[in-house]
Every structure is written in C-alpha cells, then in structure tokens.
Design a protein around this ligand. Structure first.
Ligand code: UGA
Length: 470
C-alpha cells in the first residue's frame, strides 16, 4: 500500500475520513489552513467531540500512517489521491457557498505533477464536480492529468467513525475507468465485506447525498406533523410511530418526534436542494414544505410556553439540552438555540445546562446563563424545557427537581420522560404528541386554583389570628 492520500480540510468530515482511511492501512496526510488546529492534532488533541476518534487518531499517528500539515502543496505533490473535504456552508439565500472548495481546487491545480484522482467528499450541489474540473484544468501545469470522482459522505455526528467503518453503502461517481479502479482499491476492504458499492455518474453521486438527507428531513417533519395531529385528536405519537416503523417499507429510523431537525447538514442541505432546483427552473415543493414545517415547529415550542405562562418577562426557564442532538457538542442550527434566543428576546431569564455543548452556546448567546448541573438550572424555575434527547435527562431525580422549582412544569419536546411518572410526582407535564397541551393547560388551571386556595387559606388564617388578638 504505497499510495498516499491527502485530505484537504481537517474539519469534521475530513478528520474522520482521513483517520478511518489510515485505520484501513493507507498513508494519509490531513491538511488544514488553520495552523492552531493542525498543531493540536499533531499533539494528539482532537478539536471535536466524536466517539472513538481520539483512539484512532492516536493509534494511526503512532503507526506513522496519519499526519497533519498546513503545507497543502507538498502533500498534494506526494499524493495519488486527494480528497476535498472542505466546508460548504450555506450562503445568505440558501445557496451553497463553494468559495473554500474552489480555492482548494486551485491549490491542487498549482501542485499537480503526476496523475491524480481528485475526490469531492464535501457535500456539493449537483454538477459542482464540473466547476472543480474546470478550475483544475485552467490552473494546472500543461501535460498533467487528473480525474474527478464524487464520493459523498454519510457520517452522522456522534457515530461518524462507526458510520465510516460500517457503512450502509459507498457511492462513487465518475467517468474515468482508471479513477474508478483506484477508488475500488481504496475501498477494497468494504467491497470484500460485500458492502453495497455503487458506481454512478458524478451528477447522480452528488444528488444521492441531497436526496438522502432531504428524505430524512421529510421523515422527521412528517412525524412532527403527526405529533401535532395526535395532540389534536388525543392519539399517542409514540405508539403511532412504532406501528408505522414496523412496516418494512417505512422502517423505524427517523420517526422520533422532536423540536425539529437541526445540525450543520439537514437544514442546509434541504435549503440547498430547493435553491439548486430553482436554478434549474423547478419548484421543489416537498423540500419547501419540509423546511416550513421544521421552522414552524420551533416557533410553536415558544408559543406553547407563552400560552402556559403568560407574558415571559421575568419568568425563569430551565433549558435542558443545547446540542442539536444527543452525543455531540454541536449547536449549529440547534432548535434549542433558536428557542433560547426567542425566550430571551421575550424577556425570560434562561438557565441552561448541556453535558457537552455549553461552551459553544454561551459564546453564541451572551445573555444565556449556562450552569454546571441540571439541578442548578431547575432551581426556582417556572418551567423546564427538555430540548435535547440526552439519556441522562431521563434519569434525573425529578422528586428533587419538583422541590427546587417555583412551579413544577415540564415541557418535554423529545418525549424522553415517562408521562405517568411525571404526573404522579405532581408535575404539570406535556410533550410532543403524547400528553396533549390542552391537558397541561387544564392541569395548570387546577394548580392555579390550588395556589389561590392555599394563598386564601393563609390570608384567612392571618385574619383569624387578627380577630383572636382583637
Ligand atoms: C445527517 C445524516 O443523518 C447523515 O447521514 C449525513 O451524512 C450528515 O447529516 C451529513 O450530511 O453530513 P447529522 O447531521 O449528524 O447527520 O444528524 P442526524 O442524526 O441526521 O440528526 C439530524 C437532526 O434530526 C437532529 O436535530 C436530530 O435530533 C433530528 N432527528 C433525528 C429527529 O428529530 N428525529 C429523528 O427521528 C431523527
């Protein structure tokens, strides 16, 4: 295995891809412009929270198969295969910003010597491979040859290493037989294990990524709308989702209701596909509906809190969970961040706790107060809102929490807790399509009546003492 592989971009995708390729036995050089990041990686420090990655980076660095550099030119000159794994963020209008990708393509071109396979790993709109090809063609030295392969990634944050090493499928798009043969060699261990290995055109490979992510978003928005319908009709979303998922044609994954999908991929990719379609003169209606439902879900979370508590000025809200999903420290496009901002804008005071994502969230929202335990967040709170499905939130001491709170109200947007148990403990509890909001409003009215009675009793007791004294 003498082929050296360069990975341009040591972010989330590049780092996981490079490390896992090294684990498969390849010599890998990860390149990034961020000198600080490269220094940390050279010292064995991982800039992201990803299960299993630290051990793999250490093992492969020590074995001499994995190295990190800021020197793009030198690495490219030594590599037969160069992966492009740079960020492709969302532009202002929903389009994908390809600046970093184009810049990297130029850098490859300037350093092209022998035949090189350029593999686009970043998520890019259909036909982007053509722009990469044109740039390299324009800037490369004469008489040098290259091919472009489109090889999208399907790595979920939190399980990216597992997803890379045990994939459902590998998609390799390209036209050149030579490049396709080299890619088959790189992925030979998967082919031997009979992992689904699909070769297609570049366009198809690029579009598969968007089609897959958008379909996942469709499932989530669908189940979230179903949760609303369950609430209106008194049905139970968990039972409904389970029954739906048992149909093999539907499958159980991505049918968990929540406050809407977030992260750096699904929201961006849905918008990008809508944008690409509009550029081709097509109105991608399902995509637009999914995006609209997702944004609506976050809004309705805040509206329910407002409906229950009245004006939010000076209300204390405990917000449990800031990451866009469990097992990650990422808060990009996190529904929790949107909800926290909205609550703060409405005048509420928000105490937040997350096991992994507090540093980033506090930097993003200076007005947000992050505390170091869920109990501290719940102290004197008027309402707890669970935004991220961290398992540990299901196992908190809710008896203790009940005593700590000013008003014992829980809004469980992830259906993490046992409603019966919570109601038994005396909470006003509502969630996402299991315990209807109307029941919580009714419970709240009873509670208010109870408070009023207790208050009146205190008043009449005082009056009684006054009479006795007189
Ligand atoms: C997603 C895809 O799942 C990966 O296959 C893809 O490679 C990746 O994007 C990417 O394009 O790089 P990721 O962003 O890590 O992965 O997150 P997901 O696990 O897909 O979750 C996305 C959002 O949907 C989260 O906010 C999560 O809480 C929410 N979700 C997920 C639900 O609300 N319900 C579900 O049933 C599943």
């Amino acid at each position: 295995m003498s082929t050296t592989i360069s990975i341009i971009g040591a972010g989330y995708v590049g780092l996981v891809t490079g490390t896992c390729l090294a684990e498969l036995g390849w010599n890998v050089i990860c390149i990034d412009k961020d000198a600080e990041k490269i220094r940390s990686l050279q010292n064995g420090e991982i800039p992201i929270y990803e299960e299993g990655l630290q051990q793999l980076v250490t093992r492969n660095s020590l074995a001499g198969r994995l190295s990190f550099t800021t020197e793009c030119g030198q690495a490219v000159r030594h590599s037969r295969v160069v992966f492009l794994a740079v960020g492709t963020p969302q532009g202002d209008l929903g389009q994908t910003d390809l600046t970093a990708l184009k810049c990297a393509a130029k850098e490859i071109a300037h350093n092209l010597r022998d035949y090189t396979v350029v593999v686009v790993k970043s998520t890019v709109p259909v036909k982007t491979y053509q722009s990469v090809f044109n740039i390299i063609l324009e800037y490369k030295p004469p008489d040098t040859r290259f091919d472009i392969i489109s090889n999208p990634e399907f790595l979920r944050q939190g399980s990216a290493v597992r997803d890379f090493l045990y994939p459902d499928r590998i998609i390799v798009g390209g036209r050149s037989k030579k490049a396709l043969t080299i890619m088959r060699r790189i992925y030979s261990s998967f082919i031997h294990r009979h992992v689904n290995y699909i070769e297609s055109s570049n366009e198809t490979a690029e579009l598969i990524k968007y089609a897959a992510n958008t379909f996942l978003a469709v499932k989530i928005s669908y189940i979230n709308e179903m949760a609303d319908i369950c609430e209106m009709s008194g049905a139970d979303i968990n039972q409904l989702a389970r029954a739906m998922g048992l149909d093999k044609r539907i499958g159980p994954a991505f049918l968990k209701p929540g406050p809407g999908y977030g992260g750096s991929c699904l929201p961006k990719d849905v918008k990008s596909l809508i944008w690409s379609c509009s550029e081709m003169g097509y109105n991608f209606r399902i995509g637009a509906a999914v995006d609209q439902v997702n944004r609506g879900k976050r809004g309705s979370v805040v509206n329910k809190i407002r409906e229950l508590l009245g004006p939010l000025e000076n209300r204390n809200i405990a917000l449990l969970g800031l990451a866009f999903k469990a097992e990650t420290d990422d808060t990009r496009e996190s529904p929790a961040i949107h909800v926290a901002r909205s609550l703060l804008d409405s005048g509420a005071s928000v105490l937040a706790y997350d096991p992994a994502a507090m540093d980033r969230a506090c930097l993003d929202i200076p007005k947000l107060e992050c505390v170091n335990s869920p109990y501290a967040a719940c102290n004197r709170a008027d309402l707890i809102i669970i935004m991220t499905e961290w398992n540990r939130f299901a196992n908190l001491n809710y008896k203790r929490i009940h005593k700590l709170m000013a008003r014992p109200i829980i809004y469980d947007t992830r259906n993490l807790l046992n409603p019966r148990k919570m109601l038994k403990l005396g909470f006003v509890y509502f969630d996402n399509g299991r315990v209807p909001f109307s029941a919580a409003v009714e419970n709240m009215a009873h509670l208010r009546l109870g408070w009023a009675r207790r208050k009146n009793a205190r008043v009449s007791r005082k009056a009684g003492f006054a009479l006795q004294k007189a």
